[in-house]
Design a protein around this ligand. Structure first.
Ligand code: ZN
Length: 331
């Protein structure tokens, strides 16, 4: 998509993101140039064979990246919001490196229309993979910095907002949400309170999904029909209620390549953290998710045995955040 060299971090940028990041990026740059070749091999086209027809086709598979906040300076500015939340935040410098990497990879960023078409397309179609950028919670840096960086490059994105957070410290204000470019940014709901919507009454689920949707529609003046489940907690009832109150797509935090077996009612996403290297991102763009699937399998047992709420509490104790921190994302 982008000519060579466009994505190389300038010396100033490299300094700002740190020497370690620059080292990783050099390796990733070599890695990412081979993404189309790797996909072609996977699809039975020998490496080195021109795969232009496949390259031009609409992607039949995509990975959806899940970001949270994108900050300008030092992450320590978050005060009492603990590392259990801020480990999912990335610096603007790092984020721009990710965009450079995606542009160099030839993997196509998908907007709302292309994403829907890909989910609805019959399986087995050709084409290189696509990538979707999504953001949860409605952090101010995501709504201002990240969205600006994407819109500047004409890359579409999805912004899922928790309506009780609108206007709070660190979160976007209504006018900032209204300023998002509607042709490139799809705003969806991420619940009213961010409470997990499993293990609560059906009325609570209905209220969270309906009220957050109405609030966002009031703020934006346009319809809101996509949902990202808080904490990624999606079960059959949540999907039923989501359909009943007018949603047409549900995003999870389940790791995977889309379309999943659940199609538009369970869009898988890959959570980007401060520790996500360019090499990892490059691997995701070539649809290789083995380490994440393995980690997910290892954590599935304690999560199931303890339940999501107790698991989250224990995790905070392990991170030293049981006392003296704001638990914004209390399940
Ligand atoms: Zn969230």
């Amino acid at each position: 998509m982008q000519g060579p060299g466009r994505g190389d971090a300038s010396p100033a940028q490299a300094r700002k993101c740190g020497a370690a990041a620059t080292r990783v990026d050099r390796r990733a740059a070599q890695d990412v140039l081979s993404v189309p070749a790797m996909i072609a091999t996977e699809q039975g086209v020998p490496v080195g064979t021109p795969a232009d027809s496949k390259r031009d086709a609409m992607p039949s598979r995509f990975v959806c990246l899940l970001y949270h906040d994108v900050y300008a300076g030092d992450a320590s500015q978050y005060g009492r919001i603990g590392r259990s939340a801020t480990r999912y935040h990335v610096s603007e410098c790092r984020f721009r490196q990710h965009l450079d990497l995606v542009e160099r990879s030839g993997v196509r960023p998908l907007g709302a229309g292309a994403l829907s078409a890909c989910l609805d397309a019959p399986a087995g179609a050709a084409g290189l993979p696509g990538v979707v950028f999504s953001f949860d919670d409605g952090w101010e840096g995501a709504v201002t910095r990240a969205a600006a960086a994407l819109v500047e490059r004409r890359i579409p994105l999805l912004m899922f907002v928790t309506t009780d957070y609108i206007g709070r410290r660190f979160f976007a204000r209504p006018e900032q949400l209204r300023e998002l470019e509607p042709t490139l940014v799809t705003v969806g709901s991420h619940g009213v309170s961010h409470h997990l919507l499993s293990g609560v009454s059906s009325d609570t689920v209905r209220r969270e999904l309906r009220d957050s949707r109405h609030r966002l529609e009031d703020v934006l003046g346009r319809s809101v029909t996509w949902l990202s489940a808080p904490g990624g907690a999606v079960d059959r009832r949540l999907v039923e209620v989501a359909r009943e109150v007018g949603y047409t797509m549900v995003f999870t935090s389940a790791i995977g390549i889309n379309p999943t077996a659940a199609g538009r009612w369970g869009v898988a996403r890959l959570g980007v953290t401060a520790a996500t290297s360019s090499a990892t991102l490059s691997r995701w763009l070539s649809l290789r998710l083995y380490p994440e699937r393995l980690r997910n399998g290892v954590l599935a047992l304690p999560k199931r045995v303890l339940g999501m709420r107790l698991y989250a509490k224990l995790r905070r104790v392990v991170l030293g955040e049981a006392v003296g921190y704001d638990h914004l994302f209390e399940p």
